[in-house]
Structure formats: C-alpha cells, structure tokens
Design a protein around this ligand. Structure first.
Ligand SMILES: Nc1ncnc2c1ncn2[C@@H]1O[C@H](COP(=O)(O)OP(=O)(O)OP(=O)(O)O)[C@@H](O)[C@H]1O
Ligand SMILES: [Mg+2]
Length: 381
C-alpha cells in the first residue's frame, strides 16, 4: 500500500491521510518481570532510513524482533502499511530481517541462499533466477553466485544476506547491527553500499546499531532509545544540534559534548564552574538565560570552543592542557578547569596552533554553540 492510501477501518485515529511504512503504538514488552520496551510510539514514513540507536541492552533488538514478529508484544499495536501486523505470523508481515551473523545456509551456494525464500514460496525457476540476478547486480556480487558461503569474505557474506532480503521484495527491511562483524575499512565501504541501496530501491529501512557514527551517517531519521523508552527522534542534525536533554547531547558526537556544571550563587549573584567565577564576558550564553537558578549545566561540543587571549583576565574560562590526543586531521586537548573533576575536550585543527601539555588557555563558545540544561538535564534553550 502506498503513500496517500486511506487508512483501513480500525487504523489508529490520527487524522492523518498518509499511512506510515511502520507505526508503533504504545508498544510494550517484558521478559519475566523486567520491562524491556516501555511504551514506544514511533512512526516510520515510507522510504525512510530509520536508525534505532542506543546503549547496549536498551531494547533495540527486542523492538526490531517485535516488528519482525520474532517476539510477541505484551500490549500496544504494530502497523505495517495499513495492516495491523502484531497479530500476523512473521511470514505474513512481508518484512525481511538481516542479522549481524548473516545466518546463511552453509551447504547452499550464494544463488541458492538468495533464491531460497522464492523457491519455498513456489516461484518458478526462471523468475527466481531473474530476481537473484537483479539483486546480485545491485550488490555487485554477480561473480559469486556459484560459491558456498565459507568461500566468501565477511563483507561478501553480508552482501549475500542483504541480497537474500532484497529478492523477497519486502515492505520493510529490518537490519540488526549488520556491520558489526566487519573491520573498520569494510564497515565504511558497506555504509556506502547501504546508502546506495537505499537510494536505488527506495526501500524503507529500520536499522539497529549502538554506534552513534553509523546512526549519524546512515539515518535519514534517528530514534534514540534509553532503557526501553524513546528519548528523542528526528533527523541526525536535529538530534545533534537540538538534543532534548543531556543524555542525547552526550550520546551523539565523539568525543561527546562537554557538560559543565554551572552553579548560581544567589547571595552575591555570581556564576561558578568548578572553582572559577564566570562572567557573561567569559561565556556570552550566560546573558541569554531565563532564570539563573534553573540552569544546571551548559553543554559545549569539543569543536565549538574558541581559544581567546590567555592574558585577557575577563575573556574565556581559564584552564590547563592536561593531555593532547592527536587524531591526524585534528587534535583533542583535554583541559582541566580548577575545581572540576571532568576534563573539557577541545578539538583543534592539527594544522593550526596546537598548545602543549601544561599550557594555560582560555576557552569560550558563542551563545549559539552553548546548550543550556536545567537541573534535571532537560534542554532549556
Ligand atoms: N529472550 C529474552 N529473555 C530474557 N531477557 C531478554 C531476552 N532478550 C533480551 N533480553 C534482555 O532485554 C534487554 C534488551 O535486550 P536487547 O537485545 O533488545 O538489547 P539491545 O539494545 O539490542 O542491546 P545490544 O546493543 O547489546 O545488542 C537486555 O537486558 C537483555 O538481556
Ligand atoms: Mg541488539
């Protein structure tokens, strides 16, 4: 069913005319007494590359398996297209899942692996051969069709597993950490392959990873899970630039966003970060605050810091370079602020001025580059 199809009777009353590729409504799942998925609502429009990301154990695979029908939900609804799917057996959901470990049949050739689902469904030999050939062309594995899986590299096996999904023409592709068994170079290459595949076949993809780089580079949208609940969803840049809370701010980006604890001494009306007294001249964002006492922390990404004249007394936060990490194209300076336990990460181009360990610096950030969080860690502005 395509975009614009009127919802079937019994569809969740949303007033929208457009049917999502996948819609989760208050989905819950426990194992024993342990709630693992805690009431997730999520709409995945057609053609979207939706990445489910979150720390290990937060329930990503469980959610994917619920969509695939490999787990049954406790309550809530799963819609695929305009069809209520949570009561359908997996085979009738017309989704295809690609697992981390590929799960290829070892005694079948690549072509037989890829065509197996069509054969079981009673497709003719010629139609199966044609579908396998088309998928093999897309994935550039036409020359491997007669090989057995054991004669393939990890990346080639992964392509075959994806090819097996493509020939089934599913309504939705479900990927569970498909690249995590590959080395860094191959992972990068396969990321490009997946983006090309998404563009070429316009498929809806739900992709699970715990890797924030993969989420940022692959997703047209990201849903960030934490402890079985949805923390925030949006485009990668929405999450990166407007994290709803400190958790989201720190999850995306490497090194993560610095979180400086800010305290307001109401009696003498001054700000403190660690043992430093901080003025608006040092950190312009302070002049834009709503109520000073509501602010708990200020978030600044490593690349958003500017260095200012270390001799100027009232410009920037004084700190000392504790150690320098050289990444080739850039360096990360880990700087200590007096009275602050956590070092502040400052990213600088490797080609520019790189301060040495032990050097005193002053760092500041424009108001636009500062994220203000309240005492509970929620975004203020
Ligand atoms: N069949 C099961 N029985 C009991 N507990 C389970 C079962 N499957 C998953 N869990 C638990 O549910 C939690 C979420 O697991 P899940 O596999 O969904 O996490 P994940 O986000 O995919 O993590 P990872 O990034 O490590 O793959 C974990 O604590 C896990 O131990
Ligand atoms: Mg998992």
């Amino acid at each position: 069913m395509g975009v614009g199809t009127a919802p079937a009777a019994g569809c969740p009353a949303s007033g929208e005319r457009i049917v999502s590729a996948v819609r989760l409504v208050k989905v819950r799942k426990s194992f024993g007494s342990e709630p693992i998925v805690r009431g997730i609502d999520l709409d995945i429009p057609h053609g979207e590359f939706m990445v489910l990301v979150g720390a290990s154990g937060c329930g990503k695979s469980t959610l994917l398996r619920l969509i695939a029908g490999l787990e049954t939900l406790d309550s809530g609804e799963i819609w695929i297209g305009d069809e209520r799917a949570d009561r359908l057996p997996p085979a009738e959901r017309r989704v295809a899942m690609v697992f981390q470990n590929y799960s290829l049949y070892p005694h079948m050739t690549v072509a037989q692996n890829m065509g197996f689902a069509l054969k079981v469904a009673g497709e003719s030999k010629s139609a199966t051969r044609e579908a396998v050939g088309r998928a093999a062309d897309i994935l550039r594995i036409g020359h491997l069709l007669d090989r057995l899986p054991r004669a393939l590299s990890g990346g080639e096996r992964q392509r075959v597993a994806i090819g097996r999904a493509i020939v089934r023409k599913p309504r939705v592709f479900l990927f569970d950490e498909p690249l995590s068994n590959l080395d860094a170079a191959l992972r990068g290459e396969m990321r490009h392959e997946l983006l090309r595949l998404h563009e070429q076949i316009g498929a809806t993809i739900v992709y699970v990873t715990h890797d924030q780089t993969e989420a940022m580079t692959l997703g047209t949208r990201i849903a960030l899970l934490r402890g079985g609940a949805l923390e925030q969803q949006g485009t990668p840049l929405e999450l990166f630039n407007h994290p709803r809370n400190q958790y989201v701010g720190s999850f995306l980006g490497s090194p993560p966003m610095n979180q400086l604890r800010l305290s307001w001494r109401a009696a003498d009306r001054i700000w403190q970060i660690g043992a430093l007294t901080v003025s608006e001249g040092m950190l312009p964002a302070l002049s834009t605050l709503p109520a000073p006492e509501s602010v708990g922390a200020i978030g600044v990404r490593p690349e958003a810091w500017d260095l200012v004249d270390p001799q100027a007394a009232d410009a920037g936060l004084a700190c000392t370079v504790n150690w320098v990490e050289n990444l080739g194209d850039s360096v990360i300076l880990f700087c200590g602020i007096e009275g602050e336990a956590d070092p502040v990460a400052v990213r600088r181009p490797a080609s520019g001025f790189v301060p040495a360990r032990g050097e005193r610096l002053r760092i500041t950030a424009s108001a636009a580059n500062c994220h203000l969080f309240d005492r509970q860690g929620e975004r203020l502005c």
